[in-house]
Design a protein around this ligand. Structure first.
Ligand SMILES: [Zn+2]
Length: 425
């Protein structure tokens, strides 16, 4: 271990001075370090713990040169020289407003609302899509590698030192519960298909706050020994909501989150998880590809609605009364709001609803009219003017900062994509 004040020479010249220990794991330790007047995170490896240090170093070197395929990945930036302590690299520090995924999973940190949760899922999925498009896999997807900003769902992914081209195995075992069953069984090295299994686990944990394979059957193992773990995650994995076998259902009092959230999930989300954790357990090619997840997650974001009490839900997972009104858990029955159909997207225009572009930037928000609070407008938060046509045929423009009135029949154009506001949901 190194201590505060120690200096580590960088390959490109100069020295990084250690100012604080940030964390330590099986492979090495991460420090805060100052280099040429800026603060970075410095990861130093316990070289003896690496299976093949030379190959590991070579891969890191390549990562420093190739850089990131997505801004979400916190990639190695610069290698240290070889020292008596081993070697390591500099990367950017995680800003303090980002919380470890594990803190979100154990409810120490709470999201600001459903938009932030779904946007975090979208950001994780698109980061992996870009990584896989560049011919690489992450190899060690688990809750320790993610940091999420709970106010808007922005994601940073660390532990990028294991990213490697397909077919190369850095000897990373992965974390139980996140690894694909064929890796647990020792049959395969990590690749795109095993990453896809881990991605489904991450999304399940993010949206349902539980383990997709841990139900009643797993609880019967008095303690989860390594043998039992290999059985539950490798040889006899069973989805908690397997439609053809209910022997591993979540247990009330233990898996309350899953039971609560599964009920309110839109059916297409339940279907996606069911495929991922039934057929997808043993047939890797049946696992959803990132683009499929992105399409249904964007749809899910458009299904977000809210009651005047502030409770949010997904309209397709909500209870309706015989008149078609949404029944909120608070007891209120409310008329579903008008919807904006924009290209392939459909979003519900409730008070506070948000419109996002493909880069997950918020470009519009539903606000109350200041003069007439009974009227709503879709406020233009983008940098470009929107043209729109009112139901009476009047043509107008909403400059950035102003709003398009939310009337049934308003037609509009946002960034070249035509849309319409109407009552169809
Ligand atoms: Zn309510």
């Amino acid at each position: 271990m190194m201590k505060v004040g120690d200096r580590v020479p960088l390959e490109l010249g100069g020295e990084a001075e250690i100012t604080q220990l940030l964390g330590q794991g099986g492979q090495g330790a991460v420090y805060r370090a100052s280099y040429r007047g800026r603060d970075y995170a410095l990861k130093m490896y316990f070289t003896k713990k690496l299976k093949n240090p030379a190959m590991f170093r070579e891969n890191l070197q390549r990562l420093c040169e190739d850089g990131s395929s997505s801004p979400a990945f916190v990639m190695p930036l610069m290698m240290t020289a070889d020292t008596s302590e081993g070697f390591g690299f500099l990367m950017e520090l995680i800003p303090p407003e980002y919380a470890p995924f594990s803190d979100i999973l154990n409810a120490r940190v709470k999201f600001s609302g459903l938009y932030s949760i779904v946007n975090a899922a979208i950001k994780i999925t698109s980061a992996f899509r870009e990584l896989h498009n560049s011919g690489r896999s992450y190899q060690d997807l688990n809750d320790g590698g993610f940091f999420i900003r709970p106010t808007d769902g922005d994601v940073l992914i660390c532990d990028c030192d294991n990213i490697a081209p397909y077919g190369e195995n850095l000897g990373i075992a992965g974390k139980p519960g996140y690894m694909a069953p064929e890796i647990v069984r020792g049959e395969k090295a990590p690749d795109k298909l095993t990453d896809r299994y881990s991605l489904a686990v991450v999304l399940f944990r993010l949206l349902l706050r539980g383990d997709p394979l841990e139900g009643g059957r797993v609880l019967k193992s008095v303690c989860l020994t390594e043998d039992a773990e290999r059985r539950h995650y490798g040889y006899e994995p069973m989805f908690v909501y397997d439609p053809s076998d209910d022997s591993n259902r979540p247990v009330r009092g233990v898996h309350n989150n899953i039971i609560k959230f599964w009920r309110i999930m839109p059916d297409y989300i339940r279907d996606a998880f069911t495929v991922s954790f039934t057929d997808g357990l043993f047939q890797p090619e049946k696992r959803l590809i990132e683009k499929q997840w992105l399409d249904i997650l964007v749809r899910m974001r458009g299904d977000i609605c809210a009651c005047t009490c502030g409770a949010q839900g997904f309209i397709s997972g909500s209870e309706r009364d015989p008149d078609g009104k949404v029944v909120c858990p608070c007891g209120t029955h409310y008329q579903p709001p008008l919807a904006l159909h924009l290209g392939k997207q459909r979003i519900l225009l409730f008070d506070g609803a948000k419109l996002f572009n493909d880069d997950v930037e918020c470009i519009g928000e539903v606000v109350r009219n200041k003069v007439n609070p009974g009227l709503f407008g879709l406020k233009n938060l983008s940098g470009e003017a929107w043209s729109f046509t009112l139901p009476n045929g009047q043509e107008k423009t909403a400059a950035p900062g102003s709003a398009v009135p939310v009337f049934n029949g308003t037609r509009l154009d946002i960034g070249g994509v035509p849309g319409e506001i109407n009552g169809e949901i």
